[in-house]
Design a protein around this ligand. Structure first.
Ligand code: DAT
Length: 188
């Protein structure tokens, strides 16, 4: 793992940027991609769908057939993303949060979904039973939330409910307001 990855809670200096970087994370199915697309539209920031990037640039070590997902090549991914993150203005959408350098992000949003809502979302994606169970357990055990809290400063990690369209719209409004405030606070 990269020596300055998010899992290090040490004194990591942020590099200056004109626009903030936001990480939107959570268990698969909680609404990361939909929320990120809407938030990018609302804020003018650029959405980076990390799963798509991994596939498009082959930043993986092949397919894990048991879970039907790619085995990430973290070093390749971080190298690919470093220059994208430097100027700021990115909304990064990924189900894992602890692999990234802490200094990349100004805000980390963890989306949460109730079990009875998440299950049918995962089913309708055609996931196999093993993958559905793994993801349900991940959400029930709050794995992503705990990883985010261990990897980033407490004050930048925000948990948001994502069960309904109304909540998603509210989340996007909050992201937009937060971004506008960040720009005011960091104006040169
Ligand atoms: P993720 O990127 O976290 O895997 P997604 O954005 O692809 O999730 O959403 C999965 C499905 O659930 C998709 O059909 C949209 C729907 N969805 C996501 N968040 C929702 C919400 N808050 N309310 C209603 N539907 C939602």
């Amino acid at each position: 793992m990269d020596s300055d990855s998010g899992s290090d809670c040490g004194d990591v200096p942020n590099f200056p940027r004109d626009l903030p970087n936001i990480l939107i994370t959570g268990t698969p199915g909680t609404g990361k991609t939909t929320t990120s697309e809407m938030a990018a539209e609302a804020t003018g920031l650029t959405h980076i769908n990390v799963g798509d990037l991994v596939k498009a640039k082959a930043l993986h070590e092949g397919l894990d057939t048991e879970f039907d997902s790619y085995i990430l090549d973290e070093d390749k991914l971080l190298d690919e993303m470093e220059d994208m993150m430097k100027p700021g203005g990115k909304i990064v959408d990924f189900h894992t949060c602890e692999i990234f350098p802490e200094r990349w992000f100004d805000l980390v949003i963890v989306l949460r979904t109730d079990n009875n809502v998440l299950y049918p979302r995962l089913e309708s994606r055609g996931y196999n039973a093993k993958k559905i169970n793994e993801n349900m357990e991940c959400e029930i055990m709050q794995v992503v939330l705990e990883d985010a809290r261990e990897s980033y400063a407490e004050e930048i990690v925000i948990e948001l409910q994502s069960n309904s369209i109304e909540q998603m719209e509210e989340n996007v409004s909050r992201i937009k307001a937060w971004k506008e405030q960040w720009v005011l606070n960091n104006a040169k």
